[in-house]
Design a protein around this ligand. Structure first.
Ligand code: HC1
Ligand code: SF4
Length: 573
């Protein structure tokens, strides 16, 4: 520990602390812009400067270590003037279209300008560098005229082990882009959207498809059904100012109904269906000496990664479509037939925490009824924008339920949204199928939690099943390298592209850095899902009566020919 003073207040802090960390402990959040804890700690933007007694100039508190006897001043006029000057310089070449910007009222630059008293946005106006908009991908748009060069996106992409964006050119012409100014679509970007949630401004946004949804909702020829992914209920409330981890499942269903969707369904139903197929595939691979370990295939950023970076390991991927796609496939085949709807007139919209889902809907081999399984994938943020635009009073909505039958789900489907959840859900079913014991365990807590890689071994009947779950692509790569070296004796691996799983997806509500740096977002959001699961009567996918009905009426049994036609897919090397 070292003894320091902050604004004259004595305190003791661990000696490996930065000034920023020490101030936080004293109850002072020094403003930051480029700083993202453990991801981007580069001290570049100079917003977090403070005065240190005896130092020749102001220091960047996010990287400056404390030392014995140090005296720090966080808000002197000199500090305030410097921060304001930095902001005025940033604003001098910033496209100040705040009123129409998607990040209006959720922009860290806007908030800093307000908090730090910037009164003249145009003080240093002058030449502006030429900027281009990159809208080449299905999932995102980069508008560098709103970029503040904080490099948080670059760091987030590198953190995923991808690194397809960086700073191009120098000085006045510096800008974020891909190598050789290639459009993002021509790179090995996996569409995870982690760069978007790292962006403090409106420079990176998802490709907005809400207008397409408004169009179909007003088309009387179309039956528009919506599905909401497992993790949306744990995060949508944040867009309406509710505490992180509030479960808004009932209000979400009510809001979707008030937006005009003909049927309000739940991706959790399809998550249960995925477990039926995936657990069956796992048991088959184990019994028939198939390729092991089998790896989950529901996270489309992960599937992209495997195809682009580890094509030699594709035989390990489960052939199951993701729940999003299984939902669309069942909706447009079994359900459409049952309801007498022509699948060509059915529009399936999904609400996803994930930008890669926008890419996934366009994949080949995902058209069970001869038309795409899913038509439009919106992010949680896009849904929130629609609810706000429609002036639906979200906080005061009653709790409603999903429609039947594609809205019926078990707790196994709910926990898909957290890292380790798919694994646990599959184990619940596999354990009962292998042992034949309905009393087989429900909870597999070793695969819960936000550690990047989790491992466990379970004795199931005569089998010792060794499993691992990885979230974040760097962690996934570690497991994949182990497989390549022949050192991975697992039977089953779950990989989620985003660190922490879908609760932390690239399409989720954006929390500012001050929250991301200090609150365990992933754990709070995941807790909402585990709590819901714990309170449900049905917690194993195969116990879902709606799933049983689909097999009875249409699919036969898991792994059947029809199931393969409708619910399974292939990958591209
Ligand atoms: Fe996910 Fe999945 S859990 S991938 O994280 O398998 O996106 O929430 O919808 O499809 O069910 C995402 C979440 C989601 C799929 C499911
Ligand atoms: Fe990198 Fe993911 Fe952003 Fe693509 S979407 S640039 S892979 S962080």
């Amino acid at each position: 520990m070292v003894n320091i003073k902050i604004n004259g207040m004595p305190m003791s802090v661990p000696k490996n602390y930065t000034i920023l960390q020490a101030a936080r402990e004293a109850g002072i959040d020094i403003p930051t812009l480029c700083y993202l804890r453990e991801i981007n700690e580069i001290g570049a933007c100079r917003i977090c400067v403070v005065e240190v007694k005896g130092a020749r100039s102001l220091v960047a508190s996010c990287v400056y270590p404390v030392n014995e006897g140090m005296e720090v001043f966080t808000n002197t006029p000199k500090v305030q003037k410097s921060r304001r000057l930095t902001l005025e310089l940033i604003l001098s070449n910033h496209k100040r279209r705040c009123l129409s910007c998607e990040r209006n009222q959720n922009c860290e630059l806007q908030q800093l300008c307000y908090d730090l008293g910037v009164e003249d946005e145009s003080y240093f106006d002058g030449d502006n560098p030429e900027t281009a908009i990159d809208a080449s991908c299905a999932h995102l748009v980069r508008d560098n005229s709103k970029c503040v060069l904080c490099r948080r996106c670059v760091a987030a992409c590198a953190e995923q082990g991808i690194g397809v964006i960086g700073t191009n050119a120098r000085g006045f012409d510096s800008h974020i882009g891909c190598a050789f100014e290639m459009p993002l679509a021509n790179t090995s970007c996996v569409s995870c959207g982690q760069c978007i949630v790292a962006c403090p401004t409106g420079a990176l946004t998802e490709k907005d498809q809400t207008d397409e949804v408004w169009e179909v909702l007003s088309d009387p020829e179309k039956t528009v059904v919506v599905q909401a992914a497992p993790s949306i209920r744990a995060t949508l409330g944040e867009a309406f100012g509710m505490p992180i981890g509030t479960n808004v499942e009932g209000k979400m269903a009510a809001a979707l109904r008030r937006l005009g969707f003909d049927k309000v369904f739940d991706t959790d139903f399809a998550a249960d269906l995925t477990i039926m197929e995936e657990a069956n595939e796992l048991v088959e691979r184990i019994k028939e000496d198939g390729t092991l370990p089998m790896i989950t295939s529901c996270s489309p950023g992960w599937v992209n990664y495997c195809e682009l970076y580890y094509p030699e390991l594709l035989p390990h991927l489960s052939s199951c479509k993701s729940p999003q796609q299984m939902f669309g496939a069942i909706a447009k085949t079994w359900y459409a037939k049952r309801e007498g709807i022509d699948p060509k007139n059915m529009v399936v919209v999904s609400i996803m925490p994930c930008t890669a889902k926008k890419f996934e809907v366009g994949r080949a081999d995902q058209s069970a009824a001869g038309v795409p399984d899913v038509d439009i994938a919106l992010t949680t943020r896009e849904l929130a924008r629609m609810i706000k635009k429609a002036k639906i009073n979200f906080a005061n909505l009653p709790d409603e339920t999903f429609d039947s039958p594609l809205g019926e789900a078990t707790g196994a489907g709910v926990i898909f949204g957290a890292t380790g959840g798919v694994m646990e859900a599959a184990l619940r079913t596999a354990a009962e199928w292998i042992t034949g014991d309905p009393g087989a365990p429900v909870e597999f807590k070793e695969v819960r939690g936000t550690a990047g890689i989790k491992e466990a071994a379970y004795q199931v009947g005569d089998l010792n099943i060794k499993v691992a779950a990885a979230s974040g692509l760097k962690n996934a790569a570690e497991l994949l390298e182990k497989i390549k070296r022949g050192e991975a004796d697992y039977q089953f691996i779950e990989v989620m592209c985003c660190p922490g799983g879908c609760v932390n997806g690239g399409g989720q509500p954006i929390q500012p850095a001050v929250v991301r740096n200090n609150v365990d977002l992933r754990t709070l959001r995941a807790k909402a899902l585990y709590d819901e699961d714990a309170g449900l009567a049905l917690r194993k996918s195969h116990d879902n009566p709606a799933i049983q009905k689909v097999y009875e009426d249409f699919l036969g049994k898991p792994g059947s020919h029809v199931a393969h036609e409708v619910l399974h897919t292939s990958y591209q090397e």
